[in-house]
Design a protein around this ligand. Sequence first.
Ligand code: URA
Length: 240
Amino acid sequence: MKSMRLERLLSNLGYGGRKEMAMAIKNEWVSVNGEVVRNPAFAVDLDIVRAGGVKLDGEKIDPISPFTIMMHKPAGYTCSRKDAGDLVYDLMPERFKLRKPILSSIGRLDKYSTGQLLFTDDGDLLHRITHPKTHAKKYYEVTLRDDLKGNEAELFASGEFCMTEDDKPLKPAEWSANDARSGTIIISEGRYHQVRRMFETVGNEVITLNRFQTGSLALGDLEEGKWRVLNADDLDSIFA
Ligand code: URA
């Protein structure tokens, strides 16, 4: 049985500092399996925590690590913890920024791009998704300023395509056009502003970029600006 001190558990989930949490517990705000616990040092069984047995102020506490969420990022939000302007972290509860282990985004979307953005506190998962060997495929809808030339699919799939100011060719990417100025691209790397730079290199410009899928995990009907916790099936589908 693995256990953790109650005040530490709550503090690690970002609800407040250890002293503040000890006070909340002494003030009878916390229950375990329906019983109020008044001792901040109470060793709570992590299986009980996982089963949702701990409540703070009558609400089930957040899931403990490993914790992974999917967000539908709107345009105009930056993937950063402390830049100026709107940040993707502003779209989640404040306490998520204070969690230990920390919740980081898995890769990034640039400020103007939209769509699926994953966050995890699970280092192994982050590594598996972003590592060059296991890199999960990422799917984007793209709209363009100019008409396609017609050779983009072949160039991007070649394995020899080099972006401007890059000397290492990109791994093959799959481009399929919908019409003269839009299509879907599937990439399996995560270089800086990769999709925008790929089209810049062929003399075009990306106007909108929306990531809608990673592996087999789709954004689905998650509303813009919202997030949800991923379950074991969702996580498996990333690598399916
Ligand atoms: N490629 C880009 O240019 N931007 C992103 O956010 C993701 C991929």
